[in-house]
Ligand binder design. Sequence first.
Ligand SMILES: NC(=O)C1=CN([C@@H]2O[C@H](COP(=O)(O)OP(=O)(O)OC[C@H]3O[C@@H](n4cnc5c(N)ncnc54)[C@H](OP(=O)(O)O)[C@@H]3O)[C@@H](O)[C@H]2O)[C@@H](O)CC1
Ligand SMILES: [K+]
Length: 490
Amino acid sequence: MLSILPGKKIAELDKSYAREVGISSWELMERAAESFVSWFLKGFSGVQEKVFIFSGPGNNGGDGLAIARLLSEKGFAVSVVLFSSKENSSVDWQVNFDKLPEGISRYQYPEIDFELASSAIIIDALFGVGINRALGGEYLEVVNTLNQLSGKKISIDIPSGLPSDSLVEGVAFLADMTVSFQFPKLSLLIPEHSKYVGDLHIADIGIPDSFLDQFGSNKSFVQASDIQKMHKRFDNFSHKGDFGRILLIGGRGGKVGAIILSTCSAMRTGSGLVHVWAEGASKDVIHISCCEAMVEGEKILDELDKFDALGIGPGLGEVPQDLLRNIFQSTGKPMVLDADALNVLSKHPELWDLIPKGSILTPHLKEFERLTGKSSHHFERLDKASEYAVQHKVYLVLKGAFTSISTPDGKQYFNSTGNKHMATAGSGDVLTGMITSFLGQGYDPLNASLCGVFHHGLAGEIASKTKARGMIATDIIESIPSSFLEMQID
Ligand SMILES: NC(=O)C1=CN([C@@H]2O[C@H](COP(=O)(O)OP(=O)(O)OC[C@H]3O[C@@H](n4cnc5c(N)ncnc54)[C@H](OP(=O)(O)O)[C@@H]3O)[C@@H](O)[C@H]2O)[C@@H](O)CC1
Ligand SMILES: [K+]
């Protein structure tokens, strides 16, 4: 897990890590520049390709100068645009300035030909996590101009103008890609900032997770290697009972499709036995669509104890609150609550206290607002999610790009998989089936949530390679097995 530290702590991290391993802060900056360049070379290899680097007065600008040197050594035609004088810049900026090779063109703002820059790759090294006020003066002017240019734009660490832990005020650089060092700054994971960040890449600068842990952050970014460790291993003598027996509840009226998606995804996620409670004509449709599932009538609600996990909500429609109340009271086991089950909860907040401890709630943004009221921005939403999770002792999976998982002990995890093509009808129903399946296979609620969200996103990425914008929820389900294969989970 990569701890996400607040911007204010990063200078301290930088210093104490350099001291611990006996390197200078300049050497750490060099590592950052090398990591950026090795990422850059994978996408841009054209010798003599033009690169313009805009370097501010602090260490972000220093990174920019080190990158200028390294790219120039690789044969790129590099220009740097400077704003401050040498003596008004950070110490490591000065070291890198002195190391700039002759071949690099230097411009002192405002003496710069934007005509030339417009045909180059633009690298934004104006400000990083040290920004402490909105852009003004010549910085505002240059960012406004750069934002009009149509070439590729890349930000180092964070797009200039974005504060690392709060909402942007005024103007910020509009990057196509952002390469952030060691861990993503919280600000990069916020929907309001996605147009500034573009595609996010994390560049490792070699600070181990265990070192970051000492800074006591309650927020983490989940990596594939973390998920790999969470998976349960089964052996050749395992039988279907070992893979769990789950019950999914929903699919009433015209919304049978939702529970079918959950059912098929639970099967694909590895559940041994999937039962579905449905009503009337829905039963036949479920049988036909997912012949591996067992379809149950009302009586099954008296036998909840025989299930390892329940998933309630997809396509449930409007139901009397007593249905949920009875289910909550007749089993103490954690369950997954989604869609219409959440809508019942938002109308009957008195039910919150009856939800079995450790249950997993999976709202999308609208459902979340119905549950907790309007928030003025995503930072506030994240705070609320954490408060609710702690207060009600549940896991709150707030769906969207970088889905967050808030836990009863006040931690918050951010998922790193998925893409825009997953914003399609039924995608959430698939996730409900996946998390319920992991819960039924004996994963604890945190691991079930993290694995469910991660594989859901990875399956979406795999499906979108061939389906792109035409991807539908069924494609995600069909790619679940590939996501296990890619992660070498057998
Ligand atoms: N461990 C790590 O993660 C590593 C971090 N590294 C890199 O360091 C970066 C952080 O560097 P940093 O602390 O020097 O801050 P940075 O953003 O360059 O700017 C500070 C300068 O800007 C100024 N200033 C602020 N706001 C302003 C405004 N609106 N308008 C005008 N001026 C403004 C402020 O001066 P002030 O005017 O406030 O006195 C100060 O001079 C980080 O993002 C990463 O890229 C890597 O090198 C290696 C490892
Ligand atoms: K930047």
